[in-house]
Design a protein around this ligand. Structure first.
Ligand code: RP5
Length: 169
């Protein structure tokens, strides 16, 4: 794998049952041309694997981590504890408390260990924020972001746009 194909974004979810929640994020990554990878690792069931993933991502030059988890969502915080790569947290909804449990777990980080938490099930915004972080060092992504903003201002729907259903400018 050459540098061009090296993943800029690593997505980690807490359960294989969470993988189906990533469709919108995948569409966003594809539209921005972001190379990404997806891992399943639970902070509670496999904490050592989560720590290894965090350290490995840093070593391989991953620019941003996205961590999605439901219930008592420790995953974003544990990843953030083990790396200086920025972590975006996505609290996933679940039937019991509707995702408020995961939202509070992800967002209420202690001072010194930030997690940039998006809305409950906000995988599209997590991916767009990841593009914005990557765009700081990648002119090709930065140009795509300018186009993206312009098309939103013209009234295009975000998901229709990234799925190629929107009108071409
Ligand atoms: C979290 O607990 C996962 O992120 C998932 O959203 C939730 C339930 O996990 P499963 O019991 O479906 O594996 O760790």
């Amino acid at each position: 794998m050459g540098p061009a194909e090296r993943p800029a974004v690593a997505v980690v979810v807490g359960s294989a049952n969470d993988l189906k929640r990533l469709d919108e994020a995948r569409a966003v990554f594809d539209w921005f041309g972001l190379v990404y990878e997806v891992h399943v690792a639970s902070a509670h069931r496999a904490p050592r694997r989560v720590l290894d993933l965090a350290e490995d991502a840093q070593r391989r030059g991953v620019r941003v981590l996205i961590a999605g988890a439901g219930k008592a969502a420790a995953l974003p915080g544990v990843l953030a504890a083990a790396t200086t790569v920025p972590v975006i947290g996505v609290p996933f909804s679940s039937p019991d408390l509707g995702g408020l449990d995961a939202l509070l777990s992800a967002v209420q980080m202690p001072r010194g260990v930030p997690v940039a938490t998006v809305a409950i099930d906000g995988v599209a915004n997590a991916a767009i924020l990841a593009a914005e972080i990557c765009g700081l060092g990648d002119p090709r992504v930065a140009r795509r972001l300018v186009e993206f903003k312009a098309r939103l201002a013209e009234g295009e729907d975000v998901m229709a746009l990234v799925r190629g259903e929107g009108a071409e400018p």
